[in-house]
Design a protein around this ligand. Structure first.
Ligand code: ACO
Length: 337
């Protein structure tokens, strides 16, 4: 990490990667163990199946694979990186998993830290890394988003456990002669934190007669689905419009809106509110469900790999989730020619 400002630099997005567990759990398989159906889940969410971490698999394993793919696409080696941010709400270690990720990757010159902002984590981490590059403190950064929320479910609660899957995505950012990040708007509001959370709590443990402590552990995810829906369909269009306004870009000129993949109905409602065709909102919900922070880079990777997003094309990345947190970034994909 260099300190000292060498003047404002541009930022470019030069590589993307994704990794998901092999094990696939379909709605029909779910219906064999809890009182639900493929019809209920698919019509309300757009989800058909999700990937679930195996017993011997970790979020770190997924993060590593996604990172290696992103670096290969950028044509970089791990030693080129100066910074690694891991956006996750489900770290392997509460003290942080990013430095272990950087070490496993071989990013020996990078400093690394975790960033927690639930399903908005990727957008906040991208925005954070971009600022380090802009100030000249850092030339090349890796932003990884990885979550294993299936490990934080109450598998008897059919209203939440059918919605989530596990996965990881990663993006490489580099200094650039032309700035490819054109506008952003980041928000948070703790007043409705209880709408969606994984609370820490636990039993009282008496250490001595005059000292009783609380021994915390994490509770399963708790969510008020209807309230989250209402929040998402008003807050997300608002930040997208503000970020586009900062970039001086008309919403109709953007062909790719990569939104956090929580629910197909939310994607459709945001498209309608912005007056943009639904086809401009890529969806990977059917195959991966809600992978929290990872859902945006996973979807980007699929579109880029299929040739549906070309270098220098405009895109909007928008996340929303617990905290509450939400935000949007307007940028162009790919290395500047
Ligand atoms: N299968 C069958 N029935 C179910 C299931 C299920 N998996 N889950 C709930 N139900 C039942 C309920 O018990 C209820 O039955 P009742 O009327 O007899 O009491 C009925 O279905 C309706 O339940 P609601 O929770 O009111 O269902 P709703 O129509 O609101 O749909 C959903 C729930 C899909 C979660 C919806 O609220 C939603 O889309 N919310 C958006 C939030 C979201 O997508 N969250 C994902 C994570 S958050 C994030 O990433 C930011």
């Amino acid at each position: 990490m260099k300190y000292g400002n060498s003047g404002l630099q541009g930022v470019q997005l030069t590589g993307v990667g994704k990794a998901v567990p092999e094990f696939c759990l379909t709605n029909d398989q779910f219906a064999q163990v809890i009182d639900t159906s493929d019809e209920w889940i698919y019509t309300r969410t757009g989800i058909k199946e999700r990937r679930v971490l195996a017993l011997d698999e970790t979020v770190l394993d997924l993060a590593l694979r996604a990172s290696q793919q992103a670096l290969a696409q950028a044509g970089l080696v791990p030693e080129d990186l100066e910074m690694v941010i891991l956006a996750t709400s489900t770290p392997e270690d509460l003290f942080g998993t990013a430095s272990l990720l950087a070490t496993r990757l071989g990013a020996t010159r990078a400093f690394a830290f975790d960033l927690t902002a639930a399903c908005t984590g990727f957008v906040f981490a991208l925005a954070t890394a971009a600022q380090f590059i802009r100030t000249g403190s850092c030339g090349r950064a890796l932003v990884v988003a990885a979550d294993g929320l299936t490990r934080f479910m109450d598998w008897r609660d059919r209203s939440t456990c059918v919605l989530f899957g596990d996965g990881a995505g990663a993006v490489v950012l580099e200094q650039s002669p032309v700035d490819q990040i054109l506008g952003m708007e980041l928000r948070s509001d703790g007043r409705n934190a209880g709408m969606l959370n994984i609370a820490a709590s636990g039993p009282e443990v008496e250490i001595r007669e005059d000292l009783t402590i609380r021994q915390n552990a994490y509770q399963p995810i708790s969510m008020n689905g209807r309230e989250v829906y209402r929040f998402a369909v008003t807050a997300v269009p608002d930040v997208i419009e503000k970020a586009l306004h900062r970039a001086d870009i008309d919403p109709h000129t953007v062909r790719h809106y990569f939104l956090h993949q929580a629910n197909q109905r939310i994607l459709d409602a945001v498209a309608e509110r912005l007056g943009v065709p639904r086809e401009c909102f890529p969806s990977t919900l059917a195959h991966y469900a809600n992978t929290s922070a990872a859902s945006i880079p996973i979807t980007m990777e699929e579109w880029i790999t299929q040739g549906l997003l070309q270098p220098s094309e405009l895109m909007v990345l928008a996340g929303f989730g617990a905290g509450l947190t939400w935000g949007a970034v307007v940028c162009r994909w790919g290395r500047v020619a």
